[in-house]
Ligand binder design. Structure first.
Ligand SMILES: [Zn+2]
Length: 336
């Protein structure tokens, strides 16, 4: 719940990031950040052991004993409704949901700059803050939760060339996330990111809003689409309740993203096996571009603890609705 604003920390001249995001929905940071190709000189040798966690009280409630008071001498009353002893039901296994906070470690994702041109907020910390709040919310609702990362580090900590293509790039990092997601056995996955739009070397304050991506090219594409629309709907509802009406950019097929250098390719965390994706994610999933860090007003929300919590509750409401089999009121037959 700590405030995320870090004015003065990690000050970076604005010029250094010109060109980071120049195309709407370029998502340079989201799925394929260009900056990750540079090896980190100080990469901790972390043993990655993300583990599924669950609320202990959610699974171990003992069943009450049946009543020990027999009514042996009761005279049957033909007018009464027969009573049935309830059949004990097994405690359902909580759903396992995976959360993927985009970026981390040396990969900051997209950034926000203060009036003096100093970086004061970056995407990886915002994504992590939202993810940790969502984790807590899901645990409180009885889910099991798996996180691809729960701190500020890269998942591909061993720096493996996972594709393999002879280079260490952001694609290897996302492939590492797909691998741990699959190993977790999660049923549903939410990848959390933030967007940005710059024009003429400046963050464009006229652009903002909420967007959710899914992959329509999977055997479970219908469920991807249903979840993405629920996520889009509930995230926007949560943000509107804060008094801000974000531009609804819709739940969209990830092939609509224009990625520099690779037009028309799926997001690695969502897509099927391809030249760029060695092992595909095996669960229903969506990627939220919750708001724009290039937009000052939206950055205020993304760094406000109360607003962060509201967004996390919005995500959790979408997950509840997904498992309840609901369809978003915003999803039309030809939508997205
Ligand atoms: Zn991102």
């Amino acid at each position: 719940m700590k405030p995320l604003s870090r004015r003065g920390v990690g000050s970076t001249p604005r010029m250094s990031v010109i060109g980071v995001v120049l195309t709407l929905f370029s998502l340079s940071a989201c799925g394929l950040p260009a900056s990750e190709a540079t090896p980190s000189p100080v990469q901790p040798s972390r043993t990655l052991s993300p583990s599924a966690t669950t609320e202990p009280s959610a699974t171990t409630e003992p069943s009450p004993l049946p009543s020990a008071t027999p009514t042996a001498s009761a005279t049957p009353d033909p007018t009464s409704t027969p009573t049935q002893t309830p059949i004990p039901t097994a405690t359902p296994i909580p759903h396992l949901v995976a959360i993927d906070p985009g970026h981390g470690g040396i990969d900051l994702g997209t950034r926000h700059f203060d009036a003096d041109g100093h970086m004061d907020v970056y995407e990886s910390e915002v994504n992590l803050a939202l993810a940790l709040l969502l984790r807590d919310e899901l645990l409180a609702r009885g889910y099991q939760v798996f996180m691809t990362r729960d701190g500020d580090y890269a998942v591909n900590a061993d720096r493996q060339d996972l594709l393999p293509d002879g280079e260490l790039t952001s694609a290897d990092e996302v492939q590492a996330r797909v691998d741990v997601l699959n190993a977790s056995g999660a049923e549903l996955m939410l990848s959390i990111h933030q967007n940005a739009f710059w024009s003429n070397g400046e963050p464009d304050q006229s652009v903002g809003g909420t967007c959710t991506f899914y992959c329509a090219d999977r055997p479970f594409a219908d469920e991807n689409r249903r979840f993405a629309h629920l996520l889009q709907y509930h995230t926007i509802e949560a943000i509107r309740a804060l008094g801000y009406d974000p531009h609804d950019r819709g739940a969209r097929d990830d092939l609509t993203i224009v990625q520099p250098g690779s037009p028309g390719s799926h997001l690695i965390v969502l897509g099927p096996v391809s030249e760029r994706i060695v092992r595909a994610s095996e669960m229903v999933g969506a990627l939220s571009e919750t708001l724009f860090l290039s937009n000052d007003r939206e950055t205020e929300l993304l760094t406000n603890p109360e607003a962060q919590r509201a967004m996390a509750v919005g995500y959790a409401d979408a997950i509840d609705a997904y498992f309840a089999g609901e369809v978003s009121p915003n999803m039309g037959p030809d939508d997205g």
